[in-house]
Design a protein around this ligand. Structure first.
Ligand code: MLT
Length: 244
């Protein structure tokens, strides 16, 4: 099984995704937030690139059936129901709702994989579920890191490293690209101290500046939202929802 990691979405072309499982990662915070919402019973999440797009989509939904969600440059968006803090997406707020969501980098990265046929969302909060899914499918896999404003973001690469490290325990024949190899090594060298590893990185520090320590704590909690989230036909749902 071949595993490849792309540091930013712009370095990926459609042919790189063909016949692969594609795993999108924005651990701080978009994929962590979407996974929290799904684990807490939201119906589905529709990722959008622009704020306007979210507002236009909302016109097709019954009042009270949807929530406008997301952020721009970490700040909440005026008039939206929820920001990009996973801690806001509790069951009493999101259960049964369609979430229309835009974030600065994460939802853009998800949309990059719109034409791929098997797309999963990943964060530290569902690494085990993602590793098991890939292991069961036995298929070559591409990890796309959302990054921050077009730049490499260590937190996303380390998250890929956790999944790769788990897969290395499950699968005998793994073929790693150079960045997949580095991702695994960085994670395994952290000795389980993810905060110690990431505390000097850009997005971690920016979230601290915004007073979002609790969000970071949640986003770096392994398997806190143990769902398999699949992006298909423009919508993210849990695999259990899709199969039922
Ligand atoms: C993004 O999509 O850029 C992020 O998830 C930023 C954040 O809200 O931390």
């Amino acid at each position: 099984m071949k595993l490849n990691v792309y540091a930013v979405p712009d370095s990926v072309s459609d042919k790189d995704l063909k016949d692969k499982i594609v795993v999108i990662i924005d651990v701080l915070r978009a994929t962590s937030t979407i996974l929290a919402a799904l684990a807490n019973g939201c119906k589905e999440v529709i990722p959008a690139v622009e704020i306007e797009e979210v507002i236009n989509m909302s016109k097709n939904y019954e009042k009270d059936s949807f929530l406008l969600c997301g952020e721009r440059n970490i700040d909440a968006i005026d008039g939206f129901h929820l920001s990009n803090s996973p801690l806001e997406y509790t069951a009493d707020v999101v259960a049964g709702k369609t979430l229309l969501m835009t974030t600065t980098n994460g939802t853009r990265a998800i949309r990059k994989a719109a034409d791929a046929d098997e797309v999963l969302l990943c964060s530290m909060t569902n690494v085990e579920a993602v590793a098991e899914y890939i292991h069961n499918r036995q298929k070559d896999t591409v990890f796309i890191c959302a990054g921050t404003d077009g730049q490499f973001s260590t937190d996303d690469v380390v998250t890929a490293g956790v999944v790769i490290s788990r897969l290395a325990e499950m699968v005998d024949e793994l073929e790693l690209s150079d960045l997949a190899f580095v991702a695994r090594k960085i994670y395994e060298s952290s000795a389980g101290d993810l905060h110690g590893l990431l505390k000097n990185t850009l997005h971690y520090k920016r979230l601290i500046e915004f007073g979002l320590e609790k969000d970071i704590e949640y986003c770096l909690t392994l398997n806190a939202a143990p769902v398999v989230a699949v992006y298909k036909d423009g919508v993210v749902r849990t695999i259990d929802n899709i199969l039922s």
